[in-house]
Ligand binder design. Structure first.
Ligand code: ZN
Length: 108
């Protein structure tokens, strides 16, 4: 995990964006936030197990499918399976040590 501070690469309204193996954050204080770091680590694991590029294709495709049923961009984003898994487990610092591969599928 390589943490980089950049408010230009992170979309407005978001704290960070993970582009394996980098995590871009809006504010460098987020590096000390265990919930933020765990959330982005979950995305790094998802990206690694999907060999990175398919992760992004799946993420974007699922976003557009969710957008058909959720009224706002934010809700569509929050309900992408990768985000559901990350938000549901971001406060559990032991989550990744017990996580089985492809666990995001349980959040589809
Ligand atoms: Zn996320």
């Amino acid at each position: 995990m390589i943490l980089i501070t950049s408010k230009y690469l992170v979309p407005k309204g978001y704290s960070g964006i993970t582009l394996f193996p980098f995590v871009f954050m809006r504010d460098k204080s987020l590096a000390k936030n265990p919930v933020f770091v765990n959330h982005e680590r979950i995305h790094l694991r998802q990206q690694a197990e999907l060999l990175v590029l398919p992760f992004y294709l799946w993420y974007i495709t699922e976003y557009f499918i969710r957008r058909l049923t959720y009224p706002t961009q934010k809700e569509a984003y929050r309900n992408i399976s990768f985000e559901r898994e990350a938000y549901a487990n971001e406060t559990d610092v032991d989550y990744l040590s017990q996580r089985k591969p492809w666990s995001f599928l349980k959040h589809l």
